[in-house]
Design a protein around this ligand. Structure first.
Ligand SMILES: *Cc1c(COP(=O)(O)O)cnc(C)c1O
Length: 351
């Protein structure tokens, strides 16, 4: 296996660049620039039971999630990030030799967890406009009996495009477990979590990492048909969601109004950033429904652009894959961060 390449820690990077950590503008991992709700810090300080193993059923959290999503708690499992649930779903359905359909450009963990669990990845590339190719997916699902799971993402990471209802309906007809990853849905609206109640082969994944600013505490959840839940409960680590993560997620759900205000600010900033990026003749941004914008880099080297910004303490994401090697992805930051970014692009662009 190729090893996972972790992100360089802030303090290490800060030393390397000679820039104080607090001056680094981190727009490379779609994190929330506003951080957690103040209620999270209070809840973490007040939590009394850190010396006690947490509730293996995450009962209180699942109850609160039921309120938030409008879906009965019997359909919900909490996890150590959505990442843990991706791994659990693959473990449950994929035996060595089985296959998972991936639709790149896509989130890297689908491939990582499939390979980790001895499965085979079948890539069905997204079209030029980043929409899915349902004909090609259908062909594989109906000809390859080892294909068990289809991972799709809406809004998609890295381009921010949405999946249409028509396409999702078509894919749900296939003999596959369809995992719809909605990590960024709060920035777009229109979750399909309630579709799970009508479709025995649909799973919807959500997370606190992006809209609620809890990436460092690792809390996600999935909405599942009940028949899948009963098996997942058998194979999950009992104490997968720790006491701090659970307290923070509960506090977030008690302060949704505040967090939604941050989501609104991020969406407003995205709407400022998109036309501003279009002004640069070396950037062709794609419209996004998430908290990041993918841009094609025209007439210059995308890796070089990322490096030039990094020297100025601005981190953006570059993907070294054939399809995306002339692209960069920029997470939406605070207004002041956007301004610094745009000034830097001006300077770097004229060099
Ligand atoms: C960030 C991200 C996740 C990870 O969620 P965690 O809850 O932090 O594990 C899942 N899916 C996609 C598409 C993401 O971009």
């Amino acid at each position: 296996m190729a090893p996972y390449t972790p992100i360089v820690p802030f303090d290490v990077l800060s030393k390397r660049l000679g820039i104080p950590a607090e001056d680094i503008i981190k727009l490379d991992a779609n994190e929330n620039p506003y951080g957690p709700s103040p209620a999270v810090y209070r809840a973490l300080a007040n939590e009394k039971d850190y010396h006690i193993y947490p509730d293996p059923d995450s009962t209180a959290l699942r109850q609160a999630l039921s309120q938030y999503t409008g879906i009965d708690a019997t359909h919900i499992i909490a996890g150590q990030g959505a990442d843990e649930l991706i791994d659990l779903i693959v473990r449950l359905f994929v035996s060595p030799g089985d296959a998972v359909i991936n639709c790149p450009p896509a989130f890297g963990m689908y491939r990582f967890d499939t390979e980790l669990n001895g499965g085979k990845i079948i890539d069905v590339e997204r079209k030029a406009d980043f929409t899915l190719d349902p004909e090609a997916i259908t062909e594989i699902a109906s000809s390859d009996r080892n294909a068990k799971i289809l991972f799709i993402t809406s809004p998609n990471n890295p381009d921010g495009s949405l999946l249409s209802d028509v396409c999702l309906r078509e894919l749900l007809e296939l003999p596959l477990i369809v995992v719809l990853d909605e990590a960024y849905i709060e920035f777009a609206g229109g979750s399909r979590a309630d579709w799970v109640l009508q479709h025995e082969n649909l799973v919807v994944l959500r997370t606190f990492s992006k809209w609620a600013g809890l990436a460092g505490l690792r809390v996600g959840y999935g909405v599942f048909p009940e028949w899948i839940i009963s098996h997942l409960l058998k194979i999950k680590q009992p104490y997968n969601v720790n006491a701090a993560g659970s307290a923070a997620a509960l506090a977030s759900l008690s302060d949704v109004h505040h967090l939604q205000e941050n989501v609104r600010k991020i969406v407003a900033e995205r709407e400022r950033l998109y036309p501003a990026l279009r002004e640069f003749d070396f950037l062709e941004p794609y419209p996004s429904e998430a908290n990041f914008i993918l841009s094609r880099v025209v007439g210059r080297d995308a890796a070089g652009l990322k490096a030039a910004l990094a020297e100025r303490g601005i981190l953006i994401r570059y993907f070294n894959t054939p399809r995306l090697q002339d692209h960069v992805r920029i997470s939406v930051g605070k207004p002041a961060q956007t301004s610094v970014l745009l000034d830097a692009l001006e300077v770097v662009g004229s060099q």
